[in-house]
Ligand binder design. Sequence first.
Ligand SMILES: Cc1cc2nc3c(=O)[nH]c(=O)nc-3n(C[C@H](O)[C@H](O)[C@H](O)COP(=O)(O)OP(=O)(O)OC[C@H]3O[C@@H](n4cnc5c(N)ncnc54)[C@H](O)[C@@H]3O)c2cc1C
Length: 488
Amino acid sequence: MGKHQHVPSNAALVARLTPPLQRYNRIGNPLVLASPFIADEYLSDASGFHGSASQLFRPANVDEVHEIVKAAVDSKTPLTLSGGRTGLTGGCVPRDGWILSLDRMNQLSLEPAVAHAGAGVLLHEIHREAATTGQFLGPDPTETWASVGGAINCNASGSRSFRYGALRRHILGLEIVLMDGRVLHVRRGDKVDFPVTPVPLPATTKHSAGYYLRPDLDWIDLIASSEGTLGIVTRADLQLLPAPAALLAGLVFFPSDALALRAVRAWRPVAGLRMIEYVDKPSLELIHARYPDIPADAEAAVLIEQECEASDDAADEWLARLEEHGALETSWFGAGARDRERFRVFRHALPEEVHRIVRGRGLQTIGSDFAVPIAHNETMLAFYREQCEQHFHGNYVIFGHIGDAHVHVNLLPLNKAHAQTGRDLMVTFAKRAVELGGTVGAEHGLGKRKAHLLPLLYSAEQIEAMRAVKRRLDPEWLLGRGTLFPAI
Ligand SMILES: Cc1cc2nc3c(=O)[nH]c(=O)nc-3n(C[C@H](O)[C@H](O)[C@H](O)COP(=O)(O)OP(=O)(O)OC[C@H]3O[C@@H](n4cnc5c(N)ncnc54)[C@H](O)[C@@H]3O)c2cc1C
């Protein structure tokens, strides 16, 4: 057991609260680490970051969570919270101590305008159930195997954030277990019961790096994006919206990158538009084998989704727009759920393929999650392109949420030394994003892998304001150790 020998085993608690494990066949999360104690998949996340732990708990209800928390506090054992483990920053990966997985807390019930979800419910389960009642959850992170607890704690967003923003604003209520033993039931507007020193927010439409310390802070805002370092979310009430009358989805191919960017600028004000996603040429090449019908002369693509009254009328308007913006005639449009799903799978194929290649080389993923103010969208994109061409020519792709000036640069390093160049490049990107008024983490959080970026955005005093909140709620610093704040 090596350096983890000091961690108490608490075998009786484990035997009672952790029934035999099922194995999951999960996309993008191969089983990689052998451990004599814990099923491997609980020791890594989708980025390939690995850790170790002495025990795994899988409680089925809030009383059992409470019991585990008490045992951890009594024995001063670090506790790492685990959701769907689709995270890309190592937040759910333990450095040592115990893992508390919420995956058995998966009860879901719906009523008009609200989903009551256990923390372990997966996003695709909410989407499916909501659709049967003519409703939907606004935000749509492309990885739908993420859990409610994990998505809330990363303030996840994804492609529909152009219209619906991040998950934070769709949370109506939370059940949270705190390290002092309290079980809070908070609603939107319930203020925290201690003073906080506010820190500024970047002028971006998305932000998920560090605690959201605003004046007159409420619990929901504090917990959303706290990355499992302040409390354990056991249940959430999430706002559901009525499904729109009609939806039109399109995958528009362009003969040049410049035309694609001009279209993005022009289409922002289109009424009902809820998604504008960008796909660059290297990305199209990456998935060409899976999608041989991508037009050969396509240099970039833009995915759109629009809520409308009648898809036929909306489609006519798009024909005029495509012509005006020089889009290729081979662009794909569809108004049905199956078309949307086809486009979603196309979009999801990009990160999937990146992760498959990089992890297949035995490396961890290296992807950016920076957002800048909308006015600097193209400046940042040009900087990415210039730097990637210089250091990663032929080994990078850029795609993502261009509607929010938040594209992901994904590097495909060839070996460990190249990967180090890639990590350095990410720091260069982070500095440039901050210079432009942006954020170092827009939707994935910083976890353990990106915790070193927080001081690029915030001063020592501002980080101290965050640490004061951490000390207040978790004085022994047991929860999510190593996440957000690398050194304790
Ligand atoms: C292919 C791919 C595509 C992706 N696309 C998107 C995207 O479009 N948008 C986006 O936002 N993200 C995206 N992600 C990232 C990932 O899906 C999100 O970060 C997601 O929110 C993580 O949820 P999870 O349940 O998997 O959390 P985990 O990875 O298990 O944990 C994430 C963090 O939340 C904490 N946590 C987990 N459960 C709880 C709980 N109950 N209470 C308190 N803390 C908890 C963990 O300790 C950890 O710090 C993508 C990932 C992949 C692999």
